[in-house]
Ligand binder design. Structure first.
Ligand SMILES: Cc1cc2nc3c(=O)[nH]c(=O)nc-3n(C[C@H](O)[C@H](O)[C@H](O)COP(=O)(O)OP(=O)(O)OC[C@H]3O[C@@H](n4cnc5c(N)ncnc54)[C@H](O)[C@@H]3O)c2cc1C
Ligand SMILES: Cc1cc2nc3c(=O)[nH]c(=O)nc-3n(C[C@H](O)[C@H](O)[C@H](O)COP(=O)(O)O)c2cc1C
Length: 559
């Protein structure tokens, strides 16, 4: 049996692990793997396949769902390719995105087209749902497993308290070397570009890669952060692992395959806890479930409770609301004694962090515009994002490893010489927009930039560049300084209706920034512009925008 996940930051992967654990308790042999790691013939070889998949980008499948997804889309596949497969599908998405849960819907449709039978109704979790995704997932999982137990006549189910053997082996020895390597890049600059008294520290970062890299506006650089040594040392100390911390280890190849970065050599407990296993993230249910086996008395009960459906509120109050990290959780439970052989099962992996490239097409020095994540929890504890902490300490001359993901669409090759461009960016959403603006410095048609931030003199990112560009080219800038009475970008768009209306239907519109309420508000503002200035009714104006989206003259890059 296969449990496959498509996951960008671990949410769907976690649900797949929870499901895999329940299936193993039914004493069924089951593999939990990224969707993209298996082939069509692997699907055919399994009577039951579960798919848990999030949606990323604008309605696309996560990177680790490929190459299987490409293989499944081949027109040459016969309509009965998956006829022997019975499957269950669960989606993880966010209703704030227009393409809500598109990835799982696409997978579901394709499986059915290829003859597979869905044996439990597809279900979809929504991050906007105040009850969270877990409750919906648990209901779906319970239904699915009930059907499975009936079909396979399984009665003997191990209790949730029974400890299963480790999934991944780890022992003293050497680990095989892996060929894959990250692209090495030297930090050339790491400068704060917001005012010193502004609440947010935004960095302009310049990276010189070891060899030239090709990219276009919309491309993303992935950074691979590490845990800080105080956390690593605290864990090694607390668990009494100091004596073995630097001994070389052999780790399971199945686990190595799951890594998004090459295994850092030599492999030791210290290197694993520095580069691969996340101590800074918020522990999820599978962590509490397994950790409960390594505690005693009340502590074991409490941790086990967090992993149940009934315990979700308690888990949320203990871990999510106060943003308690893995390391803090471990240090709070006095009786916890983690058996060495369960390390790879217990600790979540560090996921790479995405940053849009802010420099123009193929510029040798890659530039990024990064807002460092720093905040206070409800317990008034200071928090820094894992990657933010890593970036904050980078100095010119430091070498880091990165990867580059190409832009989902080549805007440059799509754009006509006489086509106007409307750019909308809020905060660090300016990064891909800056890349495009510099790339289009010789563009002949008008360019409009709507930029939103709080204050003109605190966080007006690259304001000087826009002033100079506006003087030298056909660029018109509309700023929304929200704390100075300037409203938000959507208000500026509405106010500029007469200036942009002639261009809007044919212009290329590029909207970038946070995924909250901004993208929807901007779309509504454009509809409003069309209604007021072109006297269209709501439905027709909305159709114009939908047409633009479909034909990719309205492109969104939000996160
Ligand atoms: C395609 C893409 C492109 C991106 N481009 C850029 C870019 O160009 N520039 C940029 O700055 N960012 C960009 N981001 C966002 C960036 O990836 C994240 O900000 C980054 O991953 C944070 O990593 P971290 O390790 O510092 O934080 P993490 O340790 O991952 O912590 C982030 C988490 O902290 C929590 N958090 C943050 N603030 C608060 C708060 N005030 N209260 C409570 N909890 C909070 C949230 O749950 C958040 O998910 C992009 C994201 C994507 C997906
Ligand atoms: C850049 C980005 C794009 C997203 N796009 C969509 C989308 O188009 N539709 C959707 O339903 N959810 C979307 N989401 C929400 C994710 O699916 C959701 O956060 C999910 O929990 C991520 O799970 P994962 O960690 O397994 O990838 C997006 C999230 C991000 C960060």
């Amino acid at each position: 049996m296969l449990v496959l996940y498509g996951s960008e930051t671990g949410n769907a992967a976690e649900l797949a692990e929870v499901l895999g654990d329940r299936i193993r308790r039914m004493q069924i042999d089951c593999k939990v793997l990224p969707f993209g790691m298996v082939s069509v013939s692997d699907l055919q070889a399994n009577k039951y396949v579960f798919v848990v998949c999030s949606t990323t980008g604008q309605g696309v499948l996560p990177g680790n769902a490929y190459p299987l997804w490409t293989e499944l889309l081949k027109a040459s596949l016969a309509r009965d390719t998956l006829q022997s497969v019975r499957f269950g599908a669960f989606g993880v998405g966010d209703n704030a995105y227009k393409q809500f849960n598109w990835a799982i819907r696409k997978i579901y449709t394709r499986f059915v087209q290829l003859g597979a039978t869905s044996f439990v109704a597809r279900s979809e979790g929504d991050e906007q749902n105040p009850d969270g995704v877990e409750i919906v997932f648990d209901q779906w999982m319970d239904n699915a497993l009930q059907v499975l137990a009936t079909e396979l006549k399984i009665e003997d189910i191990l209790p949730v308290t029974a400890q299963l053997p480790p999934k991944y082996k780890i022992c003293f020895g050497t680990s095989p070397k892996v060929d894959k390597a990250l692209l090495k890049a030297k930090v050339a600059a790491n400068d704060r570009i917001t005012a010193p008294d502004h609440f947010q520290d935004v960095r302009h970062i310049k990276l010189d890669p070891e060899h030239p890299v090709k990219y276009e506006p919309g491309a993303v650089a992935y950074l691979y952060p590490s845990n800080v040594s105080v956390h690593v040392d605290a864990l090694l100390d607390y668990q009494g692992w100091n004596d073995i911390a630097d001994k070389e280890l052999h780790v399971d190849e199945k686990w190595v395959e799951l890594l998004s970065r090459p295994l850092v050599q030599p492999v030791t407990l210290r290197s694993l806890f520095t580069w691969h296993l996340d101590l800074n993230g918020i522990p999820r249910r599978s962590f509490f479930k397994l950790a409960s086996n390594f505690c005693s008395g009340n502590e074991a009960e409490r941790l086990a409770e967090f992993a149940t459906t009934e315990g979700i509120d308690d888990l949320y109050n203990y871990a999510n609301r106060p943003r308690r990290s893995v390391i803090e959780t471990i240090l709070e439970f006095e009786s916890i004694k983690i058996p060495f052989e369960y390390i790879l099962d217990l600790f979540p992996l560090i996921w790479p962090r995405a940053f849009s490239i802010a420099s123009p097409t193929n510029q040798p020095t890659i530039e990024l515009c990064v807002a460092l994540v720093k905040y206070k929890t409800i317990l008034k504890r200071g928090r820094k994002g894992l990657c933010s902490r890593y970036i904050e300490t980078l100095l010119p001359g430091d070498e880091i490893g990165i990867t580059i993901e190409p832009a989902p669409i080549s805007i440059e090759s799509k754009l006509q010489a006489d086509q106007a461009v409307i750019l909308v960016a809020a905060g660090t959403g300016i990064a891909p927009v800056r890349s495009l603006l510099h790339t289009l410095k010789n563009h002949k048609a008008p360019i409009f930039l709507f930029f939103g931030c709080r204050f003109e003199h605190k966080d007006y990112l690259y304001g000087e560049e826009w002033k100079q560009m506006a003087e030298a080219t056909d660029l018109t800038v509309f700023n929304a300084f929200s704390r100075e009475g300037g409203g938000y970008v959507q208000n500026q768009i509405e106010a500029a209706a007469e200036k942009i209306t002639a261009y809007l239907p044919t212009a290329l519109v590029y909207l970038c920034g946070s995924s909250g309420s901004m993208p929807r508000a901007v779309r509504e503002a454009f509809v409003d512009v069309l209604k007021r200035t072109r006297h269209l009714d709501e439905e027709t104006a909305a159709k114009v925008m939908a047409y633009k989206e479909k034909h990719r003259t309205f492109i969104e890059e939000t996160w």
